[in-house]
Design a protein around this ligand. Structure first.
Ligand code: 5GP
Ligand code: MN
Length: 336
């Protein structure tokens, strides 16, 4: 755990202008952290610009001021204080360092991924936090910013989506205490449910249908996977964001320890998502291919054609799982 939190507080307090950026293919935690921090800092008279490489998925467009998040090309003058939220590495921003970082730039890295490389000048990395939004809650408290209904709703969204509605292992007593406070401050949980959880578009359902009809299992059923070609996404009229969450259906199957989704993003680029249920360290698995994340949720991108990437990864994962408990891949002890 790396924490320059007091220095971060000082730098922010002494700034007139701050740019907040998160990772490409943004998820709920990334966007919620950006928006909550932006609204909080505006209260203390700091001018904000918000950058994301990718468009904001429809599913998150209920978050207030989502349209203020823009790609770099549309931000005329970004600040010399850049806060990266929910990015394990600088590369997750999707931009080259030289596009944003000059001689005087201070990069502040606020994140909860265990694989974070502490790439900032100042780093606040806490893998025990359920979501980056939980850290934003602490930071706003430290800056004595009032958490209004809109900030509370954003932070709630980040925490709720990153914890699978408070079910995953990363959910702690602190998470619930923070969320109780957010609800006291007016977090609109009905808005989140009606706009996100119970507002799933038909493209996403079509992907789910395909996924559930095309499950593969290892012989011992501990590994379950689905591979999506580009055509499947196109035929379902689905965006990348529509693929989010599908993997949880695989993980929820009895006996499955590791779930994997392979998605062809271009003809020779395959995006992988990993989830594990109880003991497999998927951060270690994804790291082997240059990715990372958390012990129970991780991802990576591999160059190659879909069939050969699936074969290679599944062979290796199935072997590793069958050996269960091997320290080679950093598995937790299965028996504890
Ligand atoms: P997802 O499977 O939902 O895309 O990602 C699961 C987790 O792994 C997230 O916490 C995400 O930040 C992380 N992750 C996904 N893809 C990558 C990647 O290519 N590199 C790294 N470092 N982390 C990733
Ligand atoms: Mn997160």
């Amino acid at each position: 755990m790396m924490t320059d939190i007091l220095k971060i507080k000082e730098v922010i307090k002494n700034s007139q202008k701050v740019t907040i950026i998160s990772h490409y293919s943004p998820d709920g935690d990334a966007l919620a952290s950006q928006l909550a921090l932006a609204r909080g800092l505006e209260q203390i008279e700091i001018e904000i610009s918000l950058i994301n490489k990718d468009p904001i998925p429809d599913a998150y467009q209920f978050l207030k001021n989502w349209e203020c998040i823009k790609p770099l090309e549309e931000i005329p003058d970004f600040a010399s204080v850049i806060i990266c939220v929910d990015c394990a590495t600088w590369e997750r921003t999707g931009y080259l360092k030289e596009q944003l970082i000059g001689e005087k730039t201070i990069v502040i890295n606020i994140d909860h991924h265990i694989s974070n490389t502490n790439f900032g000048h100042l780093n606040w990395v806490d893998p025990n936090a359920a979501a980056t939004a939980e850290l934003i809650y602490d930071l706003l408290g430290l800056l004595q910013v009032k958490i209004d209904k809109i900030i509370a709703t954003s932070i709630y969204t980040g925490i709720s989506t990153d914890t699978g509605s408070f079910l995953y292992e990363n959910t702690t007593a602190t998470t619930h205490i923070v969320v109780a406070d957010l609800i006291n401050r007016g977090a609109d949980i009905n808005l989140v449910r009606n706009s996100y959880y119970e507002n799933i578009n038909i493209s996403k359902i079509n992907l789910l249908k395909y996924g559930l009809n095309n499950l593969s299992f290892s012989v011992d059923n501990q590994v379950c996977w689905v591979a999506f070609t580009r055509d499947v996404f196109n035929n379902a009229n689905a965006t990348d964001a529509d693929g989010e969450g599908l993997i949880n259906h695989l993980k929820s199957i009895s006996g499955v320890e590791v779930a994997i989704i392979f998605r062809e993003t271009t003809s020779d680029t395959i995006k992988l998502s990993f989830r594990s249920k109880k003991w497999a360290d998927v951060n270690q698995l994804a790291s082997k291919y240059g990715g990372g994340g958390h012990p129970r949720a991780a991802g990576c991108t591999i160059t190659g054609n879909l069939d050969s990437v699936v074969d290679g990864v599944i062979n290796w994962v199935v072997q590793s799982i069958a050996q269960g408990g091997t320290s080679k891949f950093g598995w937790d002890n299965k028996c504890t």
